[in-house]
Design a binder for this molecule. Structure first.
Ligand SMILES: [Zn+2]
Length: 378
């Protein structure tokens, strides 16, 4: 039988907090924080279902199922379209929030990347957050709580998510996908506690191919010619785009299924619009996460090289690449590896501000090459 929060792994503290809130009465605003890919957005939808459902979140009724699909009229998911959540959007939410729920027990607004309110939007939101209508709940989700306005954060109940412990992650991969123990342990390790990346690696050929591509690039950059580097950059960007495009596959079938819930033409039109927004949001998210995967795999590789160079091979993330790592790691290059990791960190920071991705990654390649060139890697 399905239960709420079944899809969340290794987050006992957060899940018990939320379960208790559903049993004993929930606050008006929650702030979900924690590293990317550990299940915060999924948990937000689970919790929203619990708040909206007449049965504290049975996970099976039509209300629950529609909330979990992101297609319930009383549960709205808000995410920035560009860099920011804008004031116009908040003004509309303030207006709508005042009305009673359409059919559920409560109205819920889930804000993804809640650190991206611009100043006007934050001010407009504060008024509603201070005195929300009784039937309204807000769930704010962010992996960068340090960028939240304190006035907003302080009015929310904090719910902290943590990196998924490797053993819990591996056990989940065995249970959910029937993976062999050794494969599950390797995948859990490689993903560094990022649940959604681990699941992607299990379920998507594209994700596995991309990981290999990225690791090869990270390995070969120091010796690569300018032309090789350009080709690598093209391959990498194409791979990120392709993986984002994958998110639209199956969208038509999903919509068809969703339309079964719709009675009249007006509801059908509404569902269609909501569904399109959802797919767009998913693609945007896949694109952002794709770029994050690039930087994560790159910094993981140089971190692994540094670990092997320092004689700590057992701590390596990419255990399946241990041979390569042992062949290449040079104890004299420890500082160079650290510089390469820091170049990746800089690129990651720039990518968060939606700067030109191709240019940023090109610069990253260059800085890595510069950091490592004194130590021939192959
Ligand atoms: Zn339900």
């Amino acid at each position: 039988m399905t239960a709420l929060f079944d899809n969340i792994v290794g987050q006992h503290l957060a899940v018990s907090l939320l379960t208790r809130a559903l049993e004993q009465g929930a606050s008006h605003a929650y702030l979900f924080t924690g590293p990317p890919g550990v299940g915060k957005s999924e948990a937000a939808l689970d919790f929203a279902a619990g708040l909206a459902c007449g049965d504290q979140g049975c996970a099976t009724c039509s209300t629950c199922r529609r909330v979990l699909e992101g297609l319930h009229p009383d549960v709205e998911v808000v995410a920035p379209e560009g860099n920011f959540i804008r004031k116009e959007e908040i003004t509309e939410i303030n207006l709508h929030a005042a009305y009673r729920p359409y059919e559920a027990r409560a109205k819920v607004y889930v804000f993804l990347e809640a650190d991206s309110f611009n100043a006007e939007a934050a001010n407009a939101f504060l008024k509603t957050l201070e005195e929300p209508p009784g039937h309204v709940h807000f769930i704010l989700v962010t992996d960068r709580p340090e960028r939240m306005l304190p006035t907003i954060a302080s009015r929310c109940q904090p719910v902290a998510f943590a990196s998924v412990p490797a053993p819990a992650l591996a056990a989940d991969l065995v249970r959910r996908y029937g993976l062999a123990e050794a494969d599950a342990r390797l995948t859990a390790r490689v993903s560094g506690g990022n649940l959604s990346y681990a699941r992607e690696l299990v379920t998507s050929d594209g994700a596995r191919r991309e990981r290999n591509l990225l690791l090869d690039m990270a390995r070969d950059i120091p010796g690569a010619s300018l032309m090789d580097t350009q080709v690598a950059l093209d391959d990498l960007m194409a791979s990120v785009e392709a993986r984002a495009a994958e998110q639209a596959s199956g969208a038509d079938a999903e919509l068809e299924q969703a339309l079964e819930w719709a009675g009249d033409a007006r509801t059908k039109a509404w569902l269609k619009k909501r569904h399109e927004e959802k797919i767009k949001r998913r693609q945007r998210r896949a694109h952002t996460q794709g770029l994050r995967t690039v930087t994560r795999v790159f910094s993981g590789w140089y971190r692994d090289l540094a670990l092997v160079a320092a004689g700590a091979g057992a701590a390596v993330l990419n255990q399946d690449r241990l041979d390569d790592l042992q062949r290449l790691a040079d104890p004299k290059a420890l500082q160079a590896y650290t510089n390469a990791i820091s170049a990746v960190g800089k690129a990651e920071e720039r990518l968060r501000y939606n700067v030109d991705a191709r240019l940023t990654i090109g610069d990253m390649f260059f800085s890595i090459k510069e950091a490592l060139i004194q130590w021939p890697m192959s």
